[in-house]
Structures are given as C-alpha cells and as structure tokens.
Ligand binder design. Sequence first.
Ligand SMILES: Cc1cc2nc3c(=O)[nH]c(=O)nc-3n(C[C@H](O)[C@H](O)[C@H](O)COP(=O)(O)OP(=O)(O)OC[C@H]3O[C@@H](n4cnc5c(N)ncnc54)[C@H](O)[C@@H]3O)c2cc1C
Length: 418
Amino acid sequence: MKNWAGNLEYSSARVERPESVAELARIVQQAGRVKALGSRHSFNRVGDTDGVHVLLDALPQQIELNPERGTVKVSGGVSYGALCRALEQSGMAIHNLASLPHISVAGAVQTGTHGSGVNNPSLAGAVQSIDLVRPSGESVTLTLADGDEFLASVVGLGALGIVTGLELAVQPSYRMRQRVLENLPWDRALDGFAGIVSSAYSVSLFTDYAGETISQVWLKALDPEPALADLFGATAAARPRHPLPDMSAENCTIQLDEPGQWLDRLPHFRHEFTPSNGNELQSEFILPLDHAPAALLAVRAVADKLSPLLFVSEIRTGAADEFWLSPFYRQQSVALHFTWKPLQPEVEAFLPELEEALRPFGARPHWGKLFSAAGHDWESLYPRFAAFRSLASGHDPEGKFRNGLLDTVLGVPAASGR
Ligand SMILES: Cc1cc2nc3c(=O)[nH]c(=O)nc-3n(C[C@H](O)[C@H](O)[C@H](O)COP(=O)(O)OP(=O)(O)OC[C@H]3O[C@@H](n4cnc5c(N)ncnc54)[C@H](O)[C@@H]3O)c2cc1C
C-alpha cells in the first residue's frame, strides 16, 4: 500500500478494516504495533507501522448534526468532502477547509492541517470532543473539560490513540466570492504583508521566490463583500487561474468574484475533481506572523537553489490555537508551503538548508509533509513538548502507536525495549 503521492510504500505486515469500534478495539488490544491511516495524503512516514494498519472506512460513517450544541459528530473515516456536502444540505458549514476536500477529518486534524486566514484556526480548531481507542483497547471520550489530555490529543500524530469520532463546531452556511490577483511586487508584499493577508477572509500567495513579483494572490471574501480587484500593485486576473501559471484552471474552484457556497470557494480545487495520486511532494513550515517579512527574505536568499525544485510555493496564515503539538500553538502564524517536483533525493538534500534559513524564526514543520525529523529542537519549538512526550509514553509505554519517525521526534518509550 502506498501513500497518495506514491513516494512511499507503507511497511505494515497486515491491513484491517474493522466494521465496528468493538472490532477495532480487539485489533488494537491484540496488535504489537498498530496505526490508523486516513486518506494517505501525508508525504512522510508519520502514519507508518511495521505492524497492523487499520483503515476506518468500513466503520459506520456517521455525520450527525446536534443543533442544540451547534456541532456535528463525525466518525473516524469520514472525509471533508462527505462532511461538507452533508452540512450544506442542512444549511450548515465549518469555518475553513484545506486546499482539497478529499482528506479524512481524523487524519487532517491529527497532523494540524489548515487552510488560510489570519483569524481562522486550523481545522483542529473546530474540535469540541474526540473519541479515542487507547493501546489497551479502552475507548475514551475527551472534551475541553478534560484539560491537558484533550489539548494533547487533538493534534496527536496518532500517538495517543486511534480516533473513532470527532465532534466539530458548525455555523450557518455562508457564501463567498473568490478572486485571483496577479503580479504583486515583492517589495510591496514585504512592506504591506500584514495588510495583504488580512484583506479577505482567506488569502493565499503563490510564488517561486524568484523574480520581482509574487505571481498570484488568491482572495476568498465573505459575500456580499467583494474580493478586492487590486491590492498593493497586484491586479485582477481577467480569466480563471490555476496556481501553476501554465496549467488550465478547469479543476479549480470558481473565481472572478462570482458568489458561491463556502464549500465551493474555500478549497482551491473542485470536489468533483479527484486526483487519484499526485506527481508532487510537499513541505510546509509555520512561524509567527510577525516574522513573515524577514522569513520570506531569508527564503528569497536561497531562491536560486529552491526554485528549480519547486512547482510553486503557497504562503498562508492561521490563527493561534491551544493544541500542544499544533504548529499554530499560541502563535498567529504564517505558513510557507512548498509544492516540490517529484525529486525526493534532491528535495531531501536541500531541506536542511531551507530549515536552517527558517530556524531563526522558530519555524515548525507540518507534521504530514517532508521535513528533517532529526533536525529540530522540538522542546524549544513546542513549549508543551516534554509534557506531550510523557503523556504519550504513559498511555503507550510499549510504543504500540509509534514508528520510526515518531521515535525520532518523541524518543523511544522507555518500556518498549526497542
Ligand atoms: C494534494 C494535497 C493537498 C494538501 N493540502 C493541505 C492543505 O491545504 N493544508 C494542510 O495543512 N495540509 C495539506 N495537505 C496535507 C494533509 O492534509 C495531511 O497530510 C493530512 O494528515 C492528510 O490527512 P489523511 O487523512 O490523508 O491522513 P494520513 O496521511 O492517512 O495520516 C496522517 C496521520 O494521521 C494519523 N491518523 C489518520 N487517521 C487517524 C485516526 N483515525 N486516528 C488516529 N490517527 C489517525 C495517521 O496515523 C498519521 O499519523 C495536503 C496533502 C496533499 C496530498
């Protein structure tokens, strides 16, 4: 079994598709090592195991609104695409989405997946409660009232339990308008960065860091407010655009300021367009918003080595949250995302240099994308890192939910004997 990008073959000896939580609990209890997989959209081995992989798509696929609580309850295998359609049919919505809707809710939340918007928390920000199966097979439900356990578990890298259900905050359905602006001069972007990224509900900048302009700025505004038609020297594209300037925009969501429902504007790509696998790799580094201009200059300084490896880079933002291993933990942030050409050896050889350039800004790597696992001082990046590690070792002393990547990041649990 491979991941979506096809850049890695998982190491599991067995794959199970339990049809009930009780069956899942039995599998977990009996397994030496076990890990859940969602839609396999991660680019690294965060979800790998040499034991049993469990896929949750055969569990009952619950999507249940609770109007009194203003929430929706989803089971572990549900994708954002399925959730969005069900919510919209009931006149409801969630606050934000990633660039594509095909990812699973549980897998996305566990890695701190996010969209864009200075005041929009990551997708984990909607989580009100989480149902987990622990290594012993025990099922628990955690809410904000559980304090540290909850704040550690929501963005948990699958290390604290297998997520069988999530309760997410919902809001009434809303309409949006999307516009792409072109050719934002770099000097204006750096001077006016805070204003540019605050100029709509969700803003993304697309660049290769070379040249004098940022090629595209995607503005997603809340209707009836129009998406701006010019901004700091960038002007409205006259036709729909794809983030890669030479690609057709037919698979992109509707632009040109035409109003539409939230689920048809927040992702960059249409739901009907299902990329089965991708000829690309990704990395992303998240750092305090205040450092954005200096960090962007630092990346521009390595553009000659970076650009040949890149399809494109997307610059997004996100609000602070309270989840211990969230890249947005207590920091309103900018996220520098890199869509690489499928040149993994060259990308991995270059990553330490990029990480070094971003180190002064306290950049936190996206957990589901490519980064140098041994190349970060996790405790200085994450104030609650040591507490997470001891919680994970306490719940999982034998390292059932661990793998090589998690052992490198978290350290090998004392009782695992590995
Ligand atoms: C084309 C593409 C576009 C992307 N766009 C964005 C984007 O816009 N923003 C962004 O932030 N990221 C983005 N990503 C990254 C992606 O959102 C993350 O890698 C996310 O984790 C994928 O979810 P998944 O269901 O595929 O998880 P998987 O890759 O299947 O698993 C990820 C992790 O979650 C764990 N996990 C999965 N399900 C469970 C469960 N039920 N219980 C416990 N642990 C579980 C796995 O063990 C693993 O550790 C993109 C990836 C791709 C391929």
